[in-house]
Design a protein around this ligand. Structure first.
Ligand code: ARG
Ligand code: ZN
Length: 467
């Protein structure tokens, strides 16, 4: 795809000076058709996201056979043009595309790296809604990240483990892969009888015919593409309802049931605790997916159903449930803001540990993995406000991020601090926000100038000694 400089130039050009081609002289109201930007301009992942449109809904209808790893898919994307469009891109690294239609008309397309380039005819005008149907088939696979971890479409011994943070979803879904373009999703997945396909949101139907079972999952609140999953395997499924009435769907690999029971049985208690501290739960359902994918080595807060690649622990479960508020409902505007996800979820984990009778938040803050780390540790050399793409999931965004919140709590007091946390979830619900927005909110709710405080914790390297 596009190199960073090119992408930024095009992005700026598309916003500032749309091509005059097609505009009638002396008629400023006439359409000014121009290509949508091929990138959203995030320097960590310069190919990610696209401009010129806003996706409303993704519908993916597919079959998948783990024995052959073959996928046969139809993706229907409903989007609204945010400019007069003569061309736009989707992010897609998946198998061969056999056809693309726009508003039902067969459409030309090309592929270049992860860019699927579409030239719709007739051209959508600003504000118009249009429908893109992409048909593709073949064998999808994983994506390797700058830090060496894998994501995307990861085959397991009994199905596939599907995760997409920060750039894995285009491995299997043509999409506008940026947290700043959320949409609703529906997955219709056909898998061999005996396997379960587990997606985000609520199970609408499940039907078996001729040896294949079709699962329909409906994710009814806006979701960032990186939080999508439709994981397939052998699962033991438990459906229940939390004390507050939120439906829960938990799918566990039979091999991991014994080791994960303690963590999954505490989901209702976590939901109640975080709702009390953070405000209303932002989604229509909850649950978890515990699947055996040892090559993955991390868990992910996939929306409504966090996913674990091995036995789920109580601490990690609390972290991933806390992410539903911070990360999933309030998403980072740019990946350099990742501490807003990981620091908040880690702080939620610390709070739950205390609530559950373990170490207090204060003790965890002072422990040897946190403030107790030696000042000489390389841990302190990562800039929290911009950790870099290789260190975005290193311990700094998690632990220094949570320490920053605890230090802020000490600075502004419990009342202002919990007001800030709840306001953050409420103001940016189902949307995205940046570090500057958080600083502004903290200053407003506390009535204090926190420039020096945030400078030490977020914008300077080194171990903070006074704040
Ligand atoms: N957000 C996940 C968590 O902390 C971690 C994702 C790591 N992703 C990766 N590609 N390394 O819960
Ligand atoms: Zn996390």
């Amino acid at each position: 795809g596009a190199a960073l400089a090119t992408a930024s130039l095009l992005a700026a050009g598309a916003l500032v000076a749309p091509s005059p081609a097609g505009a009638a002289p002396g008629n400023p109201g006439a359409p000014r058709f121009a290509p949508g930007a091929p990138s959203i301009g995030d320097p960590y992942f310069p190919d990610q996201g696209n401009g010129g449109y806003d996706v409303q809904h993704y519908d993916l209808d597919f079959s998948y056979d783990p024995a052959t790893r073959f996928m046969d898919a139809t993706a229907t994307i409903t989007a609204r043009a945010t400019q007069d469009l003569d061309r736009f891109n989707l992010d897609f690294r998946g198998p061969a595309v056999s056809s693309v239609t726009v508003n039902g008309k067969k459409n030309g397309f090309t592929r270049d790296g992860q860019e699927l380039v579409i030239t719709p005819r007739p051209k959508p005008k600003t504000g118009q809604t249009f429908t893109v149907v992409v048909k593709y088939a073949g064998v999808p696979g994983p994506v390797t990240d700058p830090d060496g971890s894998i994501e995307g479409w990861i085959p397991t011994d009994d199905g596939v483990f599907v995760v997409g943070e920060p750039q894995g979803t285009p491995a299997w879904l043509p999409s506008n892969d940026t947290p700043t373009d959320k949409a609703t999703f529906r997955f219709t997945a056909r898998v061999p009888e005996g396997l379960t396909a587990v997606g985000n949101g609520q199970l609408l139907s499940q039907r078996t015919r001729n040896g294949w079972t079709t699962y329909v999952w409906d994710n009814t609140e806006p979701m960032a593409t990186y939080l999508a999953t439709i994981t397939i395997g052998r699962f033991q499924v438990t459906e229940s309802v939390t004390p507050s009435g939120v439906p829960s769907y938990v799918a566990i690999d039979p091999r991991l049931v014994a080791g994960s029971t303690n963590a999954v049985s505490q989901i209702p208690k976590m939901m109640e605790f975080f709702t009390e501290k953070f405000g209303p739960y932002p989604f229509a359902s909850t649950g978890a997916i515990v699947d055996y994918a040892p090559q993955v080595g991390y868990a992910l807060e996939t929306q409504t159903k966090p996913i674990f690649s091995n036995t789920a622990s109580v601490g990690t479960m609390a972290h991933e449930i806390a992410h539903q508020w911070y990360g999933n409902s309030v998403s980072p505007e740019r990946w350099k803001d990742i501490w807003l996800n990981e620091g908040f979820a880690t702080y939620g984990q610390w709070m739950y540990t205390e609530h559950n009778g373990g170490a207090t938040v204060e003790q965890t803050f002072n422990s040897s993995s946190n403030y107790g780390r030696a000042a000489s540790s390389s841990f302190w050399q990562i800039l929290l406000a911009d950790p870099g793409v290789v260190d975005m999931f290193s311990s700094a965004p998690y632990n220094r991020g949570a320490m920053t919140l605890h230090a802020l709590r000490g600075k502004v007091g419990d009342d202002a601090f919990f007001r800030i946390l709840r306001q953050w979830a409420e103001i940016h619900r189902h949307s995205h926000a940046a570090t500057a927005d958080f600083i502004a909110l903290a200053e407003r709710e506390s009535g204090r100038d926190l420039t020096a405080f945030f400078d030490v914790w977020l914008f300077q390297k080194g171990k903070p000694t006074s704040w």
